[in-house]
Ligand binder design. Structure first.
Ligand code: ATP
Length: 316
């Protein structure tokens, strides 16, 4: 009997470096983005469905607010792309169990698109190479190829030309989450506005960051964190400056707005330091909620256990 359902677990990302070049004529910016995949996950299940409904989607989990349950969902777009490219006529149902904060600068939508590509590859035995999956992913969004690979990687160009970073060690993160997201295009527009009079150099990979990752030197990684969108995110959401300050005051090795925000990521020395900082941030009252995570973790992966149970139609 063919497998009728595949579940893929996919992580969130944070940016250890995000350098943004000048706005190009087409409105985009050349980027250098050092991504790290961290242990906050969405689970995406893709099933063959009853004839006649096309591609349907259902969202559940801790983070559902603001996630579209229609064809504008990036997971549906990923399924449409694969169906068209590989001439798949079967109806599909996608279920997303979301834990990745929405519009939080953690690439949750791109993660779900990556998971859907990996699930369809397995469901229809397409046997796509990593490169082919990346190519499909880059048609959906510049963060999607990284969400397929995970780990720690450098993205260049629009962020989608990926090379693995030579990184050692495990990093402990405390995340200050916000219940209201920030729009990525709005943050880029604010960044352009703030830099209107400045000469912006092409973005470069930070040697200091690369060397500290290679040396597994968390203190040096903390010092080397950088994000060109941070001032723009703080300008649109002034409370973020205070969150960054509180985390630094409580002893974080580094503090950074992740991507376009509003999630703030604090690097800490170990698990105990993470617990202390999480308690301090919660008690400070300046943070909506707090999560802890480890990085790096692998990218989108078939969850063998859920997939086997689903394929024999057992309830879990
Ligand atoms: P970006 O990747 O642009 O930095 P982000 O990480 O800040 O974005 P996402 O969680 O990807 O934010 O959500 C951005 C918007 O994308 C949401 O507000 C939502 O309208 C839309 N969206 C589409 N598909 C999804 C999805 N599967 N999960 C979350 N949001 C989605």
């Amino acid at each position: 009997m063919p497998t009728s359902s595949i579940t893929v677990r996919v992580p969130a990302k944070i940016n250890l470096q995000l350098s943004v070049g000048p706005r190009e004529k087409d409105g985009y910016h050349n980027l250098v983005s050092v991504f790290q995949a961290i242990s906050i996950f969405d689970d995406v299940t893709v099933k063959r469905a009853d004839v006649g409904n096309g591609i349907t989607i259902a969202i559940s989990g801790e983070q559902t607010h603001g996630v579209p349950a229609d064809s504008s969902n990036l997971a549906v777009k990923a399924a449409q792309l694969v169906a068209k490219r590989f001439d798949i006529s079967s109806d599909l149902h996608i279920e997303i169990k979301k834990s990745i904060p929405v519009a939080g600068g953690m690439a949750g939508g791109s993660a779900d698109a990556a998971a859907t590509l990996v699930a369809l590859d397995a469901l229809f035995h397409l046997e796509l190479s990593r490169e082919e999956l990346h190519k499909l992913g880059s048609e959906l969004g510049s963060d999607v190829p990284f969400m397929i690979s995970g780990g720690t990687a450098v993205g260049q160009g629009r962020g989608d030309q990926l090379t693995a970073a030579l990184s050692r060690g495990t990093y402990h993160w405390v995340l200050a989450l916000s219940s209201v997201g920030l729009s990525t295009p709005a943050v880029y527009a604010e960044c352009d506005r703030m830099r209107a009079e400045l000469e912006i150099a092409p973005p470069q990979v930070s040697d200091a960051l690369m060397q500290s990752l290679l040396a597994a030197d968390a203190e040096a990684v903390g010092r080397a964190l950088s994000n060109d969108l941070q001032s723009a995110a703080c300008s649109l959401r002034p409370a973020l400056s205070l969150v960054l300050e509180v985390g630094r005051d409580y002893g974080a090795l580094g503090a950074i707005v992740s991507g376009s925000g509003p999630t703030v990521a604090f690097l800490v020395a170990d698990e105990d330091a993470g617990l202390d900082l999480a308690v301090a941030l919660t008690a400070s009252g300046v943070v909506g909620s707090v999560a802890r995570a480890l990085g790096p973790v692998p990218g989108a992966k078939v969850d063998r256990k859920s997939t086997r149970l689903n394929s024999s139609h057992r309830c879990i």
